[in-house]
Design a binder for this molecule. Structure first.
Ligand SMILES: Nc1nc2c(ncn2[C@@H]2O[C@H](COP(=O)(O)OP(=O)(O)OP(=O)(O)O)[C@@H](O)[C@H]2O)c(=O)[nH]1
Ligand SMILES: [Mg+2]
Length: 324
């Protein structure tokens, strides 16, 4: 669905792009949030605006706070994904299986006490995974909401061998919903403007030692709420499909820019949200030049170098030649 952005919104966006200070950026962003049309076609964009606002607030806090008081993770790569779940469900084990990070892993609860990032390679991009301490009714680190709010998506891990399941998982969902970060399988049509819903995949862990009937019960229970995957870090079952599902879930496209008359560089794609146009790509490459973009040629799908307009929406793996 097209976004149909208004001139007021576009003006606020231009202000945001020109802003240098955090204060000016926040003012412009507030204007964007107030003027963005509220319908299905702008859902992802609205979620993105909230995340940007949360990041700006984090930035502000870390400047004003005394050294060491703010816990945050510098975003890196194409997207940032948080690993959430009750104690001992296998969050750190999954981080170790998908990235080069070496987190502490142990067979007792509350092993992880600080966020631990790691980079997950997927084809030609890298996605940042952030392992976090567990969440329970009794315990959630005070900095946790700040980290969760700015993430692009989440994995909610469930241990089918736990005697507390699914109550322990429900506690995680309730605690996060209470701090206005409800975990959702897909963005709902109507979002309370105070909420920052986080798109979530459910990952059932340790399937190598789970009973099939317990897996089925869990899958039935959560089927209408989240997309669900089964994994085992011991046997590697489901790890490759999980990577693919994570990438698809993010709703991002990889685009390869090609200078006119030169071969395409397939090693270092630009990663853009679904719905971004040729003009948005030009801005990403060279903000000052974007306005002088004459046209573009695209290779991909049915296109084989045809000219497209500035508002052509790019697709995953398109090759684009920009003409200024
Ligand atoms: N058999 C089996 N054991 C697993 C698997 N994944 C994790 N475990 C074990 O489960 C225990 C807990 O794993 P962790 O990765 O430390 O769990 P966590 O969720 O990070 O725990 P906290 O940091 O305390 O919240 C460890 O003993 C792991 O070896 C799996 O796929 N199969
Ligand atoms: Mg851990």
């Amino acid at each position: 669905m097209p976004a149909n952005l208004t001139p007021q919104y576009k003006a606020a966006e231009a202000k945001f792009k020109a802003a240098r200070s955090v204060e000016d950026k926040k003012t412009a962003l507030e204007e964007m949030m107030a003027t963005i049309p509220k319908h299905k076609g702008t859902e992802k964009m609205r979620a993105e605006l909230k995340r940007r606002m949360a990041r700006l607030r984090q930035e502000e806090e870390s400047r004003t706070a005394k050294h060491g008081h703010v816990v945050k993770v510098e975003p890196e790569g194409a997207a940032q994904i948080v690993l959430l779940g009750p104690p001992n469900c296998g969050k750190s084990s999954l981080l170790a299986a998908l990235t080069h990070a070496e987190p502490a892993i142990a067979d007792y609860p509350f092993t992880t006490t600080r966020p631990q990032p790691g980079m997950m390679p997927f084809e030609d991009v890298q996605v940042q995974l952030v392992d976090l301490p567990p969440i329970t009714n009794e315990h959630m680190d005070p900095w946790m909401p700040n980290i969760v709010r700015v993430a692009d998506a989440a994995l909610l891990l469930v241990d089918p061998t736990s005697t507390a399941v699914p109550e322990d998982v429900e506690e995680v969902r309730e605690r996060l919903a209470a701090v206005r970060s409800p975990l959702v399988g897909a963005l709902p049509d109507e979002v309370d403007y105070r909420d920052c819903p986080l798109e979530t995949l459910m990952v059932i862990t340790k399937v190598d030692r789970a009973r099939e009937e317990d897996l089925k019960v869990l899958e039935e229970f959560y089927a209408g709420t989240f997309p669900i995957l089964r994994i085992s870090v011991t046997t590697h079952l489901g790890l490759e499909p999980l990577k693919v599902a994570i990438w698809r879930h993010l709703g991002l496209v990889r685009v390869y820019a090609k200078p006119p008359g030169k071969p395409v560089d397939r090693h270092d794609p630009f990663v853009l949200p679904l719905g971004f146009t040729v003009h948005d790509l030009a801005e990403r490459i060279h903000r000052e030049l974007a306005e002088t973009l004459a046209f573009a040629r695209v290779w991909g799908g049915k296109l084989d170098g045809q000219r497209v307009a500035r508002d052509f929406e790019l697709r995953d793996r398109d090759v684009v030649e920009l003409h200024f």
